[in-house]
Design a protein around this ligand. Structure first.
Ligand SMILES: [Zn+2]
Length: 76
């Protein structure tokens, strides 16, 4: 079984497993509750945080279709 690095939740500052994401150097904070019997997850669940010992961090890619269209290639 894979062991994920422990990362700090940006909201409650507790440490949870960092689940790999599609972004290099970034992990997603594993789902957690702030108290054991809470009915809702901590707002920091699923937030993406940088891995402490990564050598680089990838910016989030824009959703397809939302970026500016490339210039049309003009041939003379
Ligand atoms: Zn939290």
């Amino acid at each position: 079984m894979a062991r994920y690095p422990r990362v700090e939740c940006p909201v409650c500052e507790e440490h949870y497993a960092g689940v790999p994401t599609r972004r290099t150097g970034m992990v997603s904070v594993h789902d957690h509750k702030r108290t054991p019997r809470a009915l809702v997850l901590c707002e920091g669940s699923m937030s993406q945080v940088p891995v402490r010992d990564a050598i680089g961090w990838q910016d989030e890619l824009p959703e397809p279709g939302t970026g500016e269209a490339p210039d049309v290639l003009t041939l003379f």
